[in-house]
Design a binder for this molecule. Sequence first.
Ligand SMILES: [Fe+2]
Length: 416
Amino acid sequence: MPCMGNDCQAMFKKIPIDRLRRGMYIQDICGDWMSHPFWRRSFLLKDERDIDRFREAGIGEVYIDTARGLDDAEGVDAAEVKQAVQQQIVEAVVQAQPPLRTRTLAEEMPRARGIHAQANRVVRDMMRDVRLGRAVSLDDVEPLVDAVTESILSNGNALLGLIGIKNKDDYTFQHSVSVCTLMVTFGRSLGMPADELREAGIGGLVHDIGKMRVPEEVLNKPGRLTDEEFDLIRRHPGDGHEILLDLGGVGEVALDITRHHHERIDGSGYPDRLADEQISTMARMAAIVDVYDAITADRCYHKGMPATEALRKMWEWSTNHFDRKLLAAFVRCVGIYPVGSLVRLESGRLGVVIAQSPEEALMPVVRTFFNTRANAYVTPDVVDLASPRCGDRIVSDESPRRWKVDPRRFMDPEAA
Ligand SMILES: [Fe+2]
């Protein structure tokens, strides 16, 4: 049967950059938005200089849409790649992490909401002061990171659920809070001691402070960046490092995270083009967390990817860009189906993931709220897929846009 509709991937093929030629329609780029100046991931390739721009940005492969441009006989079918990648992730993430939980989600949610709002205020004020050239104080940062850490240790799902909700206008601030939260969560799952967790969190909070030296019209430009504008963006890690050094009193880890969160394993990153062992563990963690949060967020120029899809994409890019062992640890930490993800169950129900299972990475706890067979909302119900009595299982991760539902509304038991 011929494939119809937007969800069909049969005409998408993955090819190496060397096979790319004018007249091909690029459907997707195997790399993150921050590493290249193309604001769209899909476009008809008209200018061959773009191929060099891909190379410079460390993009080794792209997907082409053979229905909208030239074909390539040796390209690999996108559906096959997706299946293979998912299989690799499942094999790498055999077991889930033991949950960090001393309080229930309902107990932790009100406190987490307060911390999240406070964190956004602190970051916004700090960044505004940098932008205006005012004296910047980091006095509020340490207690804030301690509060974030405490909330994560009580029940990380509360803050993890909240950081998925962003509005496009305050992206830079909210992204900083997300990176802080994810760094602490990730560091905790790796068994880092309290002082390192704090450093990791502070690094997350300030890592993009250098963006305050990038003109706002460039930072929020919805169109493709010129080479000059892209160069301005690429200065933010070095500028941030300089700002923090001038402030004084900022630890080595936070300085390292700020300067090196855009470095890539293959040396294609910036500003110092470090590679492999030259990049510290903290900076490698920050690279993973930074990209994960950026590609799952809605921006003025693109829609965020569902978390499961984002992890799959990052796994695909990890041979060149990320430390794959750390990426596997990150997937173990946030889950193959991270909290907030929309999943479809064998029973036909749709649900939002509200917690990971301690032992089974593929069987999280889900709050169901929609019946796909009846195409109607149903009374929310908590389903623990790892329970032997459950009898249901995940058949796929789903895009909320496809079903026109907002799974995060059902994260919070009070709001549902
Ligand atoms: Fe950055």
